[in-house]
Design a protein around this ligand. Structure first.
Ligand code: P6P
Length: 295
């Protein structure tokens, strides 16, 4: 790799480098894997061949790294113990969404890979994160990496990770918002919230969280997959989506919330536990907490 990835401590740096090296191969491997795998993931969502293939590839590479004690993904029911030489209390646990937004593969739109690196056995709260990253499969394959030292963005290609922005921070003047779910399924408090957002910001919603999160990180604003009438716990998973994204946005100077407090404070009791998710500029995350407190 041409550039140290945030200079994180081991095994965090090895994990991030391995994800970076795998991203180009994953992108190439999407071709011909757009059909359904005829299985469902533990959250009841249809798996594509690409989901299963990317998960197997990342498991094969990450589970063999020194210091990786556990591997879990959105595509697997259970946590997998890795490496005979690492006790789960001494090593790290990797939790990932191999292909976030893979339903966008059908329409050839953006997707991502999300990775959280925990220093506790899974399921674990976001406060146990040592680092997190996401790969964005856009016109360019990029990677955003957050550690305690801050947030950096890299362009990936040919096995190289080239830093394009060190010390990524949310812009002070927010521009965009995106909120998941169907309008009739939004509780009144969420409708009121979105009314405020749409009066002040421009709509950006692409159906794959990483594409939308990268818009918020680039332009400032708010992304939410909120509480819904049909699913009060929301849609996104704490372990694989809420925690890593909350960690990255908070390290970039923003906030995260489940509607009541930081996503990183949520204590998951189930590996595939869902959470409402609100992330972005502090003012807009504070706003949803105020609205829900008064609801
Ligand atoms: P909807 C993709 O399936 C995902 O988990 C996130 O990446 C994305 O933000 C959300 O679900 C999209 O959900 O209901 O708009 O299809």
């Amino acid at each position: 790799m041409a550039t140290a990835l945030n200079g994180a401590v081991e095994p965090v740096d090895s994990i991030i480098r391995t994800v970076a090296r795998s991203a180009t191969e994953i992108r190439q491997g999407l071709i011909g894997r757009r059909s359904s795998a005829a299985e469902e993931n533990p959250s009841g969502e249809t798996q594509l061949e690409a989901d299963v293939w990317a998960d197997d590839l990342l498991y094969d590479r990450l589970s063999r790294l020194e210091g990786v004690a556990q591997y879990a993904s959105e595509e697997r029911e259970e946590v997998l113990d890795c490496g005979d030489d690492v006790d789960v209390d001494d090593g790290v646990a990797v939790a990932l969404d191999p292909l976030d937004g893979s339903s966008n593969l059908k329409s050839n739109n953006t997707m991502g890979t999300i990775v959280g690196i925990y220093d506790e056995p899974l399921p674990a709260p976001g406060e146990a994160l040592l680092g997190a990253c996401y790969v964005l499969y856009g016109p360019i394959t990029t990677m955003v990496v957050a550690t305690e030292d801050g947030v950096s963005e890299y362009e990936l290609g040919g096995g190289e990770a080239t830093v394009v922005q060190a010390n990524v921070t949310l812009p002070d003047d927010p521009v965009v918002y995106g909120v998941g779910g169907r309008v009739p399924d939004w509780p009144p408090a969420i409708e009121a919230y979105v009314s405020r957002l749409e009066s002040e910001l421009k709509l950006r919603y692409g159906g794959a969280m990483i594409g939308d999160i990268n818009q918020v990180l680039t332009y400032g604003g708010l992304f939410a997959y909120p509480t819904l009438e049909s699913s009060p716990e929301g849609k996104l998973r704490v372990q694989f989506e809420g925690n890593p994204i909350g960690y990255i946005l908070e390290r970039a100077g923003g906030r995260s919330s489940d509607g009541h407090g930081s996503l990183l404070a949520v204590e998951p009791t189930e590996l595939h536990q869902r959470t409402p998710l609100y992330v972005g500029n502090k003012a807009y995350v504070d706003l949803i907490e105020d609205i829900l407190a008064d609801a």
